[in-house]
Design a protein around this ligand. Structure first.
Ligand SMILES: [Fe+2]
Ligand SMILES: [Fe+2]
Length: 337
């Protein structure tokens, strides 16, 4: 059982261009036992976050150089910094600014002049959430480590998981999914074959085609992945990808023979990314298909194996000059690592 110990005081960053406001907030927050840092404008705030990630930020809106809304937007579009709670400091009754703050991703608001009791409650609640978020993140990191372990065992699919994640993310974007869903598709894409951890080496690395029986065992990996993640509350969002990434839109896939739109969209997307990468990669018993042949097969399976619109989106991607960059992004180190 891992116990998380708090070995440092939570860091609270106070951002305001008026010194008197910063000092007042700092004095109150220090009384609550926090390690308080100050920044005088948006740029200093981003520098402070870069230097050491705070656990909570109190952020003024109107400041020279870079305003609070821009700072908030930048933080909230960052993959990990978006988890830092941001409280915007607003003037009483300023509804328009609050709405702007919400749109920028602010977690909460504190009205100036602030009430010390309110500051205490806001800080406590948000820091507790922050702690929880960090733990959720830790769970996901463990799963990613598992996914990498699967790849390490399956020596013919180096970086397969990462590439599937990256391709799926781009298809999801082209399909018009929102930022949050795109992120789920990416992370779920990386985790999609997690269940292969339950497949014996003799089958996973067999240097020849699988028998029907072996195929049957191999096919259990999608349900196995779901089973592994089921008790982990934080990974609920990936379960449809783990379970359904081998479904086909004509219903001939597995494990549930779902048809068309009954297959969760994230799984339909990952299915295209996965199939492409499997086709062009070398396997123990065959070399990878050439690019043109893989594209031909993808087109051939549009509407039966995969959703036609998603195949189109992927082909557009594969034919764009940026595609090479995606492949490099997914495998930044040489295959010999
Ligand atoms: Fe799979
Ligand atoms: Fe796969």
């Amino acid at each position: 059982m891992i116990t998380l110990t708090r070995d440092r005081r939570p860091i609270v960053l106070v951002v305001d261009d008026l010194e008197v406001n910063r000092e007042l907030l700092e004095a109150n927050l220090e009384d609550l036992g926090y390690d308080v840092r100050q920044a005088r404008d948006g740029l200093e705030a981003l520098e402070a976050v870069e230097a050491e990630e705070p656990d909570l930020i109190y952020l003024d809106i109107q400041m020279p150089r870079l305003d609070g809304l821009s700072v908030c937007r930048q933080l909230k579009s960052h993959p990990t910094r978006r988890l830092i709670p941001v409280v915007m400091l607003t003037a009483l009754g300023d509804r328009a600014t609050r709405l702007d703050g919400l749109a920028a991703g602010a977690d909460d608001f504190l009205t100036k002049p602030f009430d010390a009791q309110e500051l205490l409650v806001r800080s406590k609640v948000l820091l507790r959430e922050r702690e929880l978020n960090k733990r959720l993140d830790a769970t996901e990191s463990v799963l990613l480590a598992f996914a990498r372990a699967v790849e390490a065992r399956d020596r013919y699919t180096i970086h397969h998981a990462e590439r599937v994640g990256v391709y799926a993310r781009e298809i999801a974007r082209l399909h018009g999914l929102g930022a949050e869903e795109v992120s789920v598709v990416y992370r779920g894409g990386v985790l999609h074959d997690l269940g292969k951890i339950a497949i014996p080496d003799a089958i996973l690395n067999k240097p020849g085609p699988l028998t029907d029986e072996e195929f049957g065992i191999m096919r259990t990996h999608s349900a196995a992945g779901e089973r592994i993640c089921l008790p982990l509350r934080t990974t609920a969002q990936f379960l449809p990808i783990l379970r359904h990434h081998h479904e086909r839109v004509d219903g001939a896939g597995y494990p549930d023979h779902l048809v068309g739109a009954d297959i969760p969209i994230a799984a339909r997307i990952v299915a295209v990314a996965d199939a492409w990468d499997a086709m062009v990669s070398d396997r123990p018993y065959r070399a990878g298909l050439g690019r043109e042949e893989a594209l031909r097969r993808l087109r051939g399976g549009a509407g039966t194996q995969w959703e036609a619109g998603l195949v189109d989106a992927f082909i557009g991607l594969a034919e764009s000059p940026l595609f090479g960059e995606l492949v490099t992004e997914a495998a930044p180190v040489s295959a010999a690592d």
